[in-house]
Each structure stands twice: as structure tokens, then as C-alpha cells.
Design a protein around this ligand. Sequence first.
Ligand SMILES: Cc1ncc(COP(=O)(O)O)c(C=O)c1O
Length: 351
Amino acid sequence: MSTPGGRHDEWVARDAAVVWHGFTQMAAYAGNAPVMVERAEGRELIDVDGRRFLDAISSLWVTTLGHHVPELDRAVIDQLGRVAHSTMLGNGNRVVVEFAEALAARVPVDDPHLLFASDGAAAVEQALKIAFQYWTNQGVRGRDTYVAFGGAYHGDTVGSLSIGAGGFGTDVFDPLRFPVLRAPGFDDPSCVAAACDLVRENADRLAAVVVEPLVQGAAGIEVCAPEAFPALGQVCRETGVLLICDEVATGFGRTGTLFACQQAGLRPDLLCLGKGITGGYLAQSATVANARVHDAFLGRRPALGPAGQCGVCRPGRAHPAARRRGRADADADHHGGRGRAHRGHPGRGDR
Ligand SMILES: Cc1ncc(COP(=O)(O)O)c(C=O)c1O
């Protein structure tokens, strides 16, 4: 990967000396010619030697509007002139309110409230805990398991790993996983029907069913027909089992609509968002709860508040890119497509 007079090898050596890369065999890292990014423009990454690379995976599905987007850059700089972070525990922050308002108007969730966190796994973890606590808050015991799908991937915290189906070497954590009821993966056309049966047969011990609507990304972009999903929403309504939709990967236009739930005919009780929520600018995610779930936490005892991840300390951090992102999506949606948000930036994005 080195070029004559280039700095690549030197940076890789410094990198390997102090950085531990996720999902990467560090014994082979330096020898695998890693791209050593220094800056980026539009859809291209530019390395320490000035070489350009097409970021065809949009930095693993997060950079939905491309790199170095003038509006997002300006929004971050503008916000830093106000405040970088303030806690959301018992206090508010103007930019968080503005962002939540923009998003609340667009998510396929009834009367939504947003609990922010730092990454997709944390958003899922929060959803699992909220679903469990939803029942305990009401004095219902024994609803402490979940229906999840084969091939599912929901992140790498212990809870999200538990509802995930394994793979990527995560089998090593099997002793830490809690058991779930497992429907087939999207490679089986009857998977949603099987999940519906599991929900019907086990409703009184289920906190929730968790699904990646339309596409299981990490499973290898396994797709399930949109027509299959409304039955899952229906059986959840009939049995009272909460429906958690994980749109960390599919959200923000990845499947042609702003959210995959819109094509799948689903209105989840809990919706998990991440990745594209800030166009990849900030480590940010959200768990969106409908009124049924949110209102079950209202009461006099402080403990009735949802117990978020440790990232819940941070969501008071400025969300300017996310807020802009919300506006761009709202504009695009309002104008019948995503074109407006991209117009004038020919090098932007991976779509
Ligand atoms: C569907 C889904 N949920 C959750 C996650 C975890 O997100 P994060 O890597 O931000 O923790 C991912 C990551 O790829 C995902 O695809």
C-alpha cells in the first residue's frame, strides 16, 4: 500500500501500536494494507498519501449523505459555538428538543418519545430493557423473553448479542447470552409466519418480538417480502406483545422509504434508530417509544423512568448534524423523494 515517499506505512505502524480495531485480527491488520484516512470529500475517502478511495460501504452504512457535507459541517460548528454537551438526566437541551421534534414528525410510531443513546446496540439494549420494564411497571411478571429471528444482528452488547443469531465469531459469548425464542431467518420464506406462531403460542411469557423490517443487513442483505410483515403487527396487537423494529441499518432511506416499516406496514411500539441518524457525523442513536410504552413509565416513583444505557448521559451532546439531517429528510420527503437533500452536491453519498 505504500507509495514512494509516502507516509502510509508509518501511520499504519503507529496505528497498530496503540489502536485496537473492532472485528479485526490485529495480528494481520498491518499486513492487510488498511486504508489510512486523512480526510474525505463527498463519496471519497482520501488517505495520508492523497490517494482517493470510493467509500462504497458509506463507512459501514452510516454516511448516508456522504462526507464533508457543507450544511452538516456548518451545523456542527454552529452548535459548538453554543454548547457541546449537557446532561439530559432531569434537564433539557434546546437542540435535542428541536431534533426530537423533527424526527417525531417522521417516524412510523404513534405519539413518539425519543430516548437517545450513543450507538445502535445501545438503542436496541434500551428497547429490550424498556419492553421488560413496561410489563413490570404494570405488575405483570413472567414476561421476560423475546422472539427474535434467525440471521438477526442487533449489535454487540450482551443483550443485543442475545437476540442476535450469532456469527462474526460471537459464538464465544454463548455462555453470556440469555435464551430467546428463535424464528427462522429471512432465507426461509415462512419466517414471519413462524414468528407469528411463536408469538401466539408464548404470548404470556413474551416481553416483545424483535425484527429488522425488510432486510437483515449483517446476515448478508437477506430480504423478506413486505407483504409478510403486517401479520406480525397484527399478532402483536392481538396478544399485546410489544413489537420492536430495529431500523439501525434500514432507517433513513436505505430501503427506498425513509423507514422500512413504512413498506412493511408496521407501526412498532419501539423503534431503534442509529447509523444514518446523524449522517455518520456523530455517535448517536435513539430508541423511539409510542405513547402506550412511554405512558406506562409515568408515575410518582423516580424508578419508573426508563433505565437507559450509559450513553444516556451523553445525548445532551449537541445533535446539530442530526437536526440538519432531520430537516433534510423532511424536505426530501415533503418533495416526494430524497433528491432535494442531495441537490448541488454531486459527489455526495453512496446512493
Ligand atoms: C440491524 C442492526 N442493529 C443494530 C446494529 C448495531 O449498531 P452499532 O454498530 O451502531 O452498535 C447494527 C449494526 O450493523 C445493525 O445492522
